[in-house]
Design a protein around this ligand. Structure first.
Ligand SMILES: [Zn+2]
Length: 391
């Protein structure tokens, strides 16, 4: 935990630059001429100071980042991608702490200071991916923080033994329990959710469920998950939730209201293949929405750079946002929205984490549209990247 004075920083919405003082890793004061004898200082020259980006939906354990280019070989469809990933990962040396370290490093220089990553747990690999992610985080020595989701990518009910492995991961400190398409993939939503919420209850974990199922089947699973969330103490997030974006208006209105009532959060990766979530309605209702890069350059997809400004751009374009305030909503998902999803604070008030990214822009909308090299990335008051390079 470090001390740092950020001088001449433009805070979004402010008329003129100010100084921001971080002490012991958290914001201590904001204002002109914040007194800070002996504290290291950075002069930002009036550049925009944004909260550190939160990547709220990643799969860093799967990445091939930093290695040779691997052409995509999976057939279309979720089941084929799962099968291809399981079949090919060993030949490519996955999971690899080297690749994960390389990707997390790229995320850091792009301004990400916290990541929620789903990590595969299955009966072939056991907890090897959890260990690889932990190893990579140790190598990066606090430059980024992470929370892990024990994720049954290859199936939970359909792969006996997976639930026990997930329990072991949670007992060993993994923060959240994952789930995946309780109906569409697992064909038994009640039993799937029994297992997921049972593990969460037993280990005091959060819950984060991948829900790709669309249409009425997906909307029904929203209802099931919300019912569980209302009855449980766990923090609950639904990832993707394509069904919400395509639901008829009355169904969408009802689900948005129920998500707000239950405190269930959402994460989106803004794929080009699915309708946008109703971001403005969710914001109006107070439902936290985070954004994430999903898999980056892996056996599932050759795309991605780990850059949350790029993800905010995709989110804004998918939602057909053009006005500054709309593009600002997209950037919120990459900053304060992701922070809310992950139970963290973000901002410029005393007590907020000293996690920041500095870009040569005048407004959040300009930052998203131009995506300048990140001049400075600060984690808990420590400069961790400068001009696109790790420090
Ligand atoms: Zn995912």
């Amino acid at each position: 935990m470090s001390d740092l004075l950020l001088r001449d920083a433009l805070i979004p919405g402010a008329d003129s630059p100010a100084d921001l003082l971080v002490r012991d890793g958290v914001v201590a004061a904001t204002g002109r001429g914040a007194a800070a004898d002996g504290v290291p200082a950075e002069d930002l020259g009036g550049k925009l100071l944004l909260p550190g980006f939160v990547d709220a939906h990643a799969h860093v354990d799967k990445t091939l980042w930093g290695g040779p280019w691997v052409p995509h070989t999976a057939a279309p469809g979720l089941a084929a991608k799962i099968r291809n990933g399981v079949e090919r990962r060993a030949e490519l040396g996955l999971p690899s702490a080297d690749h994960i370290t390389a990707l997390l490093g790229q995320m850091i220089v792009s301004g990400t200071t916290h990541v929620r990553t789903h990590v595969d747990v299955d009966t072939v690999m056991g907890l090897a991916a959890v260990e690889a992610v932990r190893e990579a985080l140790a190598r990066l020595d606090g430059r980024i923080t992470a929370e892990l989701v024990a994720f049954p990518q290859a199936g939970l009910l359909t792969r006996p033994g997976t639930a026990e492995l997930m329990g072991r991961a949670l007992a060993a400190g993994v923060e959240l329990v994952g789930g995946i398409d309780p109906a569409g993939l697992e064909n038994d939503p009640v039993e799937h959710l029994d297992v997921v919420f049972g593990l969460a209850e037993e280990h005091g974990s959060g819950v984060d469920i991948h829900l790709h199922d669309g249409g009425a089947l997906g909307a029904w699973q929203f209802e099931l998950i919300i019912d569980r969330a209302l009855a449980a103490s766990a923090r609950v997030n639904i990832s993707h939730g394509f069904a919400l974006g395509e639901a008829p208006q009355p169904v969408q209105d009802r689900l948005v209201a129920r998500l707000a009532e239950a405190g269930v959060t959402l994460t989106t990766v803004a794929p080009s293949s699915a309708p946008s979530l109703p971001l403005a309605a969710l914001r109006e209702a107070g439902v936290a929405v985070g954004a994430g890069n999903d898999g980056v350059r892996d056996l599932w997809s050759p795309y991605g750079t780990g850059d949350m400004l790029e993800r905010a751009l995709f989110l804004a374009q998918r939602a057909r946002f053009v006005r500054d305030e709309e593009i600002g909503i997209a950037l919120e998902a990459a900053t304060t929205g992701g922070a809310r999803v992950t139970g963290r604070r973000a901002g410029y008030a005393p007590g907020d984490p000293g996690d920041f990214v500095v870009v040569a822009a005048r407004t959040p909308a300009e930052a998203v549209c131009v995506r300048p090299v990140r001049s400075l990335v600060v984690k808990a008051g420590r400069v961790v990247a400068r001009d696109g390079h790790l420090v």
